[in-house]
Write a protein that binds this ligand. Structure first.
Ligand SMILES: Cc1ncc(COP(=O)(O)O)c(C=O)c1O
Length: 387
């Protein structure tokens, strides 16, 4: 059997994979088993922020792999402590819990909000207000937090304790906070899986205001938007928000699995020994790679992400067959006249890989994509989208 046949025979059928077997990559390019080269505008769904086989990141990981690939959270290790310090310094938040994925980072946020509600209000204050169209992962509590019914069906009953309101509906948010006994508001600043839908500054500030007045925690899910993706270290920062909990994953790993839940002043001491844990969380090799990622997100690097994102977006806006371009930095959603799935297939035929989010073509290229690669990507996308 070849790779595709083995995959079909032996791997649980949760993914509708593209008919491509990838073997290796370098920079913004990846190759398939037939030696075909693709410009990858998906970066492993926003993970490979320095592209494939980045030398600095690989060196950081391999140096640690050869020393201490894994131990356990029964012991202290340097990469894990250094990474926590780097994240705290970058954000002004106070403490970090490490796990292995975005969903787990959100599970930790949800558990923390519940424990905080119990301790600072009373046990029935466990509800978390989330937004329709939001996506927070596929584990059971993260799934209940995800405001999209299509992911819920087949897995009912949902974990209780979530109240969903419409994004941009500040009044609805206010009503939910008044009518339910709540611990937190949880949101993404740009709903990624929901179709690259940015929330307005007005709504984000209103959500922070509701959280403040009703004494709720503000949880910002930065799993997709974080790590420079939108041109800021975390996407909430340019809005001046002060979240109590921030969740991070994807690009933080730079190519290896990691999740992080960051706690502010009000939540830093909520989790205590035995209340949460993860065997692999804080793994030294993964943390060494993440430390390299965080260290390279300088103001100059982030400004370049914004510039490149604007270059790509403006090369696509108004082109034939393109209805709109949403998003910020190098997180873009392109609404095309042709169905997004057809556009992706045609792009693949032209040697370009991209993603889908709802009815849009989603672009999450490596943050190191060059100007020439952006021009090439824009040319191919425009050609494919034109009638
Ligand atoms: C905003 C957001 N939160 C959480 C997740 C879940 O992350 P993971 O797939 O690492 O569990 C995702 C994944 O796409 C995401 O975009």
């Amino acid at each position: 059997m070849n790779v595709k046949e083995k995959d079909k025979a032996y791997i649980a059928g949760t993914y509708s994979r593209f008919p491509v077997v990838l073997t290796h990559g370098k920079g913004s390019y990846v190759w398939d088993e037939d030696g075909r080269r693709y410009l990858d505008l998906g970066s492993g769904i926003g993970v490979n922020i320095f592209g494939y086989a980045d030398e600095e990141w690989t060196a950081a990981v391999t140096a640690e792999l050869g020393k201490l690939a894994h131990t356990s959270n029964l012991y202290h290790t340097s990469p894990c402590a250094e990474l926590a310090e780097a994240l705290v310094r970058a954000t002004g938040l106070k403490k970090v819990f490490f796990c292995n994925s975005g969903a787990e980072a959100n599970e930790c946020a949800i558990k923390t909000a519940r424990k905080w509600g119990e301790e600072h209000k009373s046990p029935e204050y466990y509800n978390i207000i989330t937004l329709k169209g939001g996506f927070h992962g596929r584990t059971l509590a993260a799934l209940a937090a995800t405001g999209q019914e299509e992911y819920h069906k087949d897995f009912l009953p949902l974990t209780p304790g979530f109240v969903t309101v419409d994004p941009e509906d500040a009044e609805g948010l206010e009503c939910a906070a008044s009518e339910h006994k709540c611990a937190a508001v949880m949101l993404e600043t740009i709903q990624g899986e929901g179709g690259v839908v940015p929330l307005s500054e007005r709504f984000l500030l209103a959500a922070a205001d509701v959280a403040k007045r009703h004494e709720l925690l503000l949880i910002v899910d930065e799993v997709q938007t974080g790590m420079g993706r939108t041109g800021a270290f975390y996407s909430y920062m340019p809005f001046g928000l002060s979240p109590d909990i921030v969740t991070s994953a994807k690009g933080l790993g730079g190519g290896l699995p990691i999740g992080a839940t960051l706690f502010g002043e009000r939540t830093a001491e909520v989790l205590t020994p035995g209340t949460h844990g993860s065997t692999f969380g804080g793994n030294p090799a993964v943390c060494a790679g993440a430390l390299n990622v965080v260290g390279r997100l300088t103001p100059e690097f982030l400004a370049e992400v914004s510039r490149k994102g604007e270059k790509l977006a403006s090369a696509l806006r108004g082109a034939e067959g393109i209805r709109s371009v949403t998003g910020r930095g190098l997180m873009l959603g392109v609404l095309t006249e042709k169905p997004a799935g057809d556009v992706l297939s045609a792009l693949r035929g032209e040697g370009v890989l991209a993603l889908k989010a709802k009815d849009k073509v989603r672009l999450l290229p490596p943050l190191t994509i060059s100007d020439e690669e952006i021009s090439l990507a824009a040319d191919v996308i425009r050609k494919v989208c034109a009638k």
